[in-house]
Design a protein around this ligand. Structure first.
Ligand code: NAD
Length: 503
């Protein structure tokens, strides 16, 4: 098979390095190397940042209306190429095609939000803050900003960042995950076709070397990061130390609280999709079901177990597939180790994914597949409860009361998403109020906010002061300037030596 080399995208064109380091890109469903991706050196990063920096003054001076027109064209092109990009995502990530298409759609909605730039960049104006004095605030772009993204949403997470950053008047350098590099380059090509000037959007592939070069580059003004918590902490500290604005979104351990009055059919179906969809490789996946009362827990596990055993596992392009492979062989082995530790620490394993069969026919017999696992009687001190597994493993924790459930969720290190399933409005309302988590679902298992709200967890799921995309994204990618101006009819009063106050 032909192994293609994926290009960087700098200054409006594809650039392939010949002598640099490279990494393998796999098709996780076959376990085969399908491409090589160049790993940028600090010099390569510098080239991309310089291109973005050169493009910035003209782009910043382009009117918001013109910038948003590029986004309108980009949106139309994305719709035209949706199937092709969904297939690219599925082939490099492994997720099923319908899920790749859904991710793409959720990303595209951020482009739709970005089309509204003239509206959200309007600023504020106060007439007559003093006699003959008006005051207005405007939001101006930062300059060159960079995004560093994870493997699990090859198109959506980059689109959480660059459409908004660009439409706000910044230029952008994207460092996508080296495991899923192709979608970003395709997006760059389409942006050029939409009329984006060269240098405004650049893609450089790479690993820690490339990230460190971005974090320390004096011309990079802000960093958006989405990935695991240890790296998010590092990004936040390093970018801060280099005087950059930073938003760093980290990992998660999302709990669903199931009350005794919950519609159990609804809760079961919701858990199946939220725990095992995308093989659990979602930062908003539900990985813990907290069930109030033993009777409800027994019934829930009884309903879940056969469904988990029967998940249709196949390569993502198989239209019958419900779950595809994990991203790499190493990650699959790590998830298996977590399952082993759960057994060793005394959780009861209701469904053991290690024992269920996965695709064995050619060409899938070496794919990175692992079937779904269901644990019951999980305790808060167990490793499978404390740590993010990021695989198709659901833990059931039994509690006696609503209060015990809320306290359990609130004391977990992570605070990305959560959900409550109940028929009682008062309980749901109390939960929404008391829970220390950034995104909350009520009878909705994966409460990812729409593009016109903002996305962000609490606690160890985020580092930095701004959530991502939507109105918070606009604040992140712009800085406020406030002007106080006086155009008096006649100035004859002479100098004032006292701090001005409103008279
Ligand atoms: P990761 O942290 O390994 O990698 C994320 C990015 O950081 C990649 O671009 C990678 O190249 C880079 N990177 C990796 N190691 C680095 C290092 N030592 N120094 C500097 N940069 C480094 O994450 P991943 O495995 O790609 O993605 C899965 C993780 O992302 C999970 O923890 C998941 O919860 C999290 N995630 C969070 C959100 C959210 O919105 N909070 C969304 C999606 C994924």
């Amino acid at each position: 098979m032909d192994i293609q080399t994926i290009s960087h995208w700098v200054n409006g064109q594809a650039i392939t390095l010949k002598d640099g380091r490279i990494a393998d890109v796999f098709n996780p469903a076959t376990g085969m190397v399908t491409a090589h991706v160049p790993l940028a050196s600090p010099q390569d990063i510098d080239t991309a940042v310089e291109a973005a920096s050169t493009a910035w003054p003209k782009w910043a001076a382009t009117t918001p209306l013109r910038r948003s027109r590029v986004m309108f064209k980009f949106k139309a092109l994305l719709e035209q190429h949706a199937d092709e990009i969904a297939k690219l995502i599925s082939l490099e990530h492994g997720k099923v095609l319908a899920d790749a298409a859904a991710e793409f759609q959720r990303g595209l909605e951020n482009v739709e939000f970005a089309c509204g730039a003239p509206q959200f960049l309007k600023g504020e104006f106060s007439e007559n803050v003093g006699t003959d004095v008006d005051s207005y605030s405007m939001r101006q772009p930062l300059g060159v900003v960079a995004g560093i993204t994870p493997f699990n949403f090859p198109a959506m997470v980059p689109m959480w960042m660059f459409p908004l950053a660009i439409v706000c008047g910044n230029t952008f350098v994207l460092k996508p995950s080296e495991r899923v590099p192709s979608a970003s380059v395709r997006l760059a090509e389409l942006l050029k076709e939409a009329g984006l000037p060269d240098g405004v959007f650049n893609v450089v592939h790479g690993d820690k070397v490339a990230v460190d070069a971005l974090l320390t580059h004096p011309k990079v003004k802000a960093i958006s990061f989405v990935g695991s918590t240890p790296i998010a902490k590092y990004i936040h500290a390093t970018a801060n130390a280099n005087h950059k604005r930073v938003q760093a979104l980290g990992g998660a351990k999302n709990h669903m609280l199931i009350m005794p009055d919950a519609d159990l059919d609804m809760a079961t179906d919701a858990l199946m999709g939220a725990a095992y969809g995308a093989a659990g490789e979602r930062c908003m996946a539900i990985s813990v079901a907290v069930v109030v009362g033993d009777k409800v827990a027994d019934e829930l596990v009884k309903r879940l177990a056969p469904k988990v055993k029967n998940i249709m596992i196949a390569d993502g392009l198989n239209t019958k597939a419900e779950m595809g492979p994990l991203i790499t062989a190493q990650h699959r082995d790590k998830v298996r180790d977590y399952i082993e530790s759960g057994v060793e620490q005394g959780a009861s394993i209701a469904v053991d994914g290690r024992e269920l069969s996965t695709p064995k026919a050619e060409p899938f017999k070496n794919g990175f597949f692992l079937a779904g696992t269901l644990f019951d009687h999980v305790k808060p001190n167990m490793k499978i409860y404390c740590e993010e597994i990021f695989g198709p493993v659901l833990c059931v924790v039994r509690v006696k009361t609503y209060r015990e459930g809320v306290d359990l969720i609130n004391s977990h290190e992570y605070g990305n998403g959560t959900a409550i399933f109940t028929k009682d409005g008062g309980t749901a309302r109390a939960f929404v109020n008391e829970i220390e988590i950034g995104m909350v679902g009520v009878n909705a298992p994966i409460p990812v906010p729409m593009a016109f709200h903002s996305f962000g967890g609490w606690k160890s799921s985020i580092f930095g002061d701004h959530a991502i995309y939507g109105p918070e994204g606009v604040r992140f990618y712009t800085r406020i300037k406030t002007v106080t101006q006086r155009w008096p009819n006649n100035v004859r009063s002479g100098a004032e030596f006292v701090m001005p106050t409103m008279k």
